[in-house]
Design a protein around this ligand. Structure first.
Ligand SMILES: *Cc1c(COP(=O)(O)O)cnc(C)c1O
Length: 231
């Protein structure tokens, strides 16, 4: 699938940028507006323009923004989450994008149960050619999903996968990495989630590579600087 995109204009307001992006992406692709490090005024501008889905990567910052801002915002936690920080966001977080260990999954389950809710999670995969990024590989993920420990978790729901491509100008490489994540998704879907319609999300694509990600099957793009300016 090849898509055409207009260039976003620098002078556009935050809601105008969001609307332009939403008009251009397929209707099955969700936009997560990544507001990390940005002031609450910027989020409110987007909110007043009708937007409700925001992503943050620091538990403390997220907790503060959640406390101060309208309660119908759908907050996504998009970064690496330390086990001891889960308790701060468990009451309200809508989706945790980057789960890469049983230890973390168990803690999310525990905190979700304490709050009488179920928390949606994505399994993060290491698809980049960079040692620094977190994430599972397919073998480890299958082990996790086959374990009795996992089957005992009643307060989490795994709704898909997430990955970050290498930070590079090599578009072919980025495309291969996203295609790999899509393949991983399909493998897990058929082996472990074939009866679960809720397992449907592929969170891939940031400001620099979201167009490629959508062409390779993304259902969720996480855009920060494109919307809110550079950090
Ligand atoms: C910061 C961040 C983004 C957004 O990055 P931009 O390049 O500003 O769009 C997306 N995903 C994750 C996991 C991030 O940490």
């Amino acid at each position: 699938m090849k898509l055409k995109f207009k260039n976003l204009q620098f002078a556009m307001s935050i809601p105008q940028k969001i609307n332009t992006i939403i008009e251009e992406i397929p209707s099955n692709v969700k936009l997560v507006a990544v507001s990390k490090t940005k002031p609450q005024e910027d989020i409110l501008k987007a909110y007043e323009g009708g937007y409700r889905i925001f992503g943050e990567n620091k538990p403390q910052e997220l907790t503060q923004k959640h406390a101060d801002l309208p309660k119908d915002i759908e907050w996504h936690f998009i970064g690496h989450l330390q086990t001891n920080k889960v308790k701060y966001i468990a009451e309200f977080v809508h989706l945790i994008h980057a789960v890469d260990s049983m230890k973390l999954l168990k803690e999310i389950n525990k905190q979700a149960a304490k709050n009488n809710r179920e928390i949606n999670c994505l399994l993060q995969f290491h698809i980049a050619d960079e040692a620094s990024k977190f994430g599972l590989d397919l073998v480890k993920a299958k082990e996790l999903l086959a374990s009795d420990e996992y089957k005992a978790l009643n307060s989490i729901k795994i709704v898909g996968v997430m990955g970050m491509a290498t930070y590079t100008n090599d578009e072919d490489q980025i495309r291969r990495e996203f295609a790999n994540l899509k393949t991983i998704f399909e493998a897990l879907k058929s082996e472990s989630f074939s009866n679960e319609d809720s397992f449907k999300e592929i969170s891939m694509g940031m400001s620099g590579d979201y167009k490629i990600a959508i062409e390779e099957g993304s259902t969720m793009i996480r855009l920060g600087s494109t919307i809110f300016g550079s950090r």
